[in-house]
Design a protein around this ligand. Sequence first.
Ligand SMILES: [Zn+2]
Length: 390
Amino acid sequence: MTLPSTTFELALTPRPCDICGRRELEKVWSFRHIAKTAHEHFLFNNTVVICPQCGFSFVSPCPAQEGLNRYYTDALSYFKNQDVAYSVDTRIRLAQKYIPQDSDVIEIGSNRMTGFHEECARHFRSFRTIELKPDCGSDFARADQVPPASCDAVLHFYVLEHISDPKAFLKQMHAILRDGGIMICEVPSTRNYPNYIGDFIYWEHLSHFTLGTLSRLARLCGFSLISDETLPCSHRCGFSAVFKKEKQDPGEVRFDSAEYAETMASYKITLGKKDYFFAEIDRIRGRMTEVTGRGGTVILWGVNDIMRRLVLDWPGLNDNMIFIDDDPRKADFLDGLTVRRPEEIANRIKTAQLAVLTTERFQPVILGKIQQQFNKEFSPAEVEVIDWNR
Ligand SMILES: [Zn+2]
């Protein structure tokens, strides 16, 4: 793997088990990934481990938070016209079910504003947001800017798994809450990884939770679980949990030996699918070579991290493989490879023999747009979709 000159290698720090403190951990798999933000490249060296004592799985050693802050500050916020990836209604129902209306509420890691935020701002006494990314219009950039005991509820959706020290984060949530305050949390579930391997192989994910490991970790930070397993979740990959801030020390937190076996059973399937994903990359590369070898054109639509995995450092690229994305900010995302807007290369789209799409979710939208805007219909055999949730 060749490193771009602007690559920032994330420093690693030792990380014993956050729940039981154990240092002897079992390695599940390790990988390197170069991620691109707006102005820099970041090299992740991740080793996913599992604690044989309590079953908690996480990245150890772990990227230091300072480097992660630099990464997230420069990461692109979501493409503004993209659909929201979660159910706004489920989030609203969750928040309104567990949080009284006369509450001061704060969300951490809100990213760009959606209907969920508008509804919360209308519904609760006050609603504020914390987001590192500067272009999201948030009230705070960091949680330590929020005064202690100033909120009745905190919300964080798909944030905790990105934090290098989740215990420190949860203690901070405890500190900004008033007594008896509510914390609503959603994270990806290791139980769902066999269907959503992207959450397992995603370099930003530094902890891998079950409801059991999350609630034990939260208990160590002064929270008790008040919801059950059947709680609806706003994203199909995860689970949600509701906690209450307790005053007293949690006392002894017991481990459940079944956690280890359960997570390992899920990982066994997930690792097989992960190997399949990388084999698919090889297969699709082979088809691209074959089509362009006989003079055909391949369009590659959707410049994202899957596209980076597909093409970067691959010597088989040629000029008849054309990268397309609607978002002009993606122009530099492929390290010097030209990314075009669809309307710039209408003729190549019309005559292409193969379309490679890097998102399953937007496949119908993209193919519909190609048909409508360019009057070009690809047969099913002329479309390859690569997505890590297949
Ligand atoms: Zn442990």
